[in-house]
Structure formats: C-alpha cells, structure tokens
Design a protein around this ligand. Structure first.
Ligand code: NI
Length: 167
C-alpha cells in the first residue's frame, strides 16, 4: 500500500550493528572452593582463565528520520559501541580488569547484561532505544538480553552491588 510521506516519517525500525572484541575470563564464584566451581563450570573454572573472540550484535529501535531515511547515523552508532564496549573490554582479563566482574561471574549472560547497562544511556543520547544485545561467545553459544528484561539494573562500577546469577 502506498504511504503518504507523513506516514513514512513516523515509522519506526530496528537497526542492528555488529562489532567484536577479544577477552579472557574465568568462570568461578569467589565464595566457592575450586572443586565446587569445577563442578558448576567445568574446565571454565581452571585457575588462569581462557579467552574468547566475542561477537556482538546490538539492535536499536527508533523513528526513521524522514530527511535521511535512517534511524540513526551508522558511524555515530559504531563510535558509541567502540567507546562504551569495545575499548573498555577488548584484550582484558574481565575478572581482574573490570571491577564489576570481580564478584559477578563473567558468563556470556552476565557480560551481555553489563553491555546492556553500559549502552542504555549513550544510545538514548543518540535518540534511539536499545532493543537487544546479542553476544556470541563462541561458534557454539550466544546469549540475548533485551532492554526491557532487567528489573535490577547494574549499578555504576564504583557503587556496584554484584548480584550473582544462580547456576
Ligand atoms: Ni569461556
């Protein structure tokens, strides 16, 4: 059906951009002993960590600008991902380098939640809403979290009260 320009101008769309980073982690709850952690996390609990090449899809939603035909300018969106996610996390040992993960086990789920929290405000600053974060940890597993999912947002790193995910 043909749409008048005025209708086009108020249409919304979801837009997904992708990026990647490499990081190391160790899966172990600090309050549990080594054998118990191995029972939960298997070889991911080995003491010196291991690495992943993480692939990240970030989906935002917003109105299509009638003038540009875009939800948001792609270069600006990529810059936010670089500043907020890639630079802070790339080539890090997450457990030691990111204060939040000192006590929160950096599973793919918890990393995705952390990224979600980091992106919410900067994306609003671009005039779009975060819709979904999808984090691929390996060719065999990925995790999705939605902007509307969490009822207990991650606090800033200086005031964080980690909430461990029960496994
Ligand atoms: Ni791992």
């Amino acid at each position: 059906m043909y749409r008048q320009p005025s209708e086009i101008s108020i249409m919304e769309a979801s837009l997904t951009v992708s990026t990647h980073f490499s990081a190391a982690h160790r899966l172990a709850r600090p309050d549990l002993d080594y054998d118990t952690n191995c029972g939960i996390y298997g070889k991911c609990a080995r003491p010196h960590g291991h690495g992943h090449n993480y692939h990240l899809d970030v989906t935002v939603r917003g109105k299509i600008d009638a003038r540009t035909g875009m939800v948001v300018e792609l270069g600006t969106l990529h810059q936010v991902l670089k500043d907020v996610v890639v630079e802070p996390l790339d080539h890090r040992f997450l457990n030691k380098d990111i204060p939040y993960f000192a006590k929160v086990v950096p599973t793919a789920e918890n990393i995705a939640i952390y990224i979600r929290h980091r992106l919410l405000e900067p994306l609003q600053g671009l005039g779009v809403d975060l819709e979904k974060v999808k984090l691929y940890e390996s060719p065999n597993n990925s995790c999705e979290v939605y902007a509307t999912d969490s009822t207990s947002p991650v606090s800033s790193e200086t005031t964080v009260k980690p909430k461990l995910i029960l496994v």
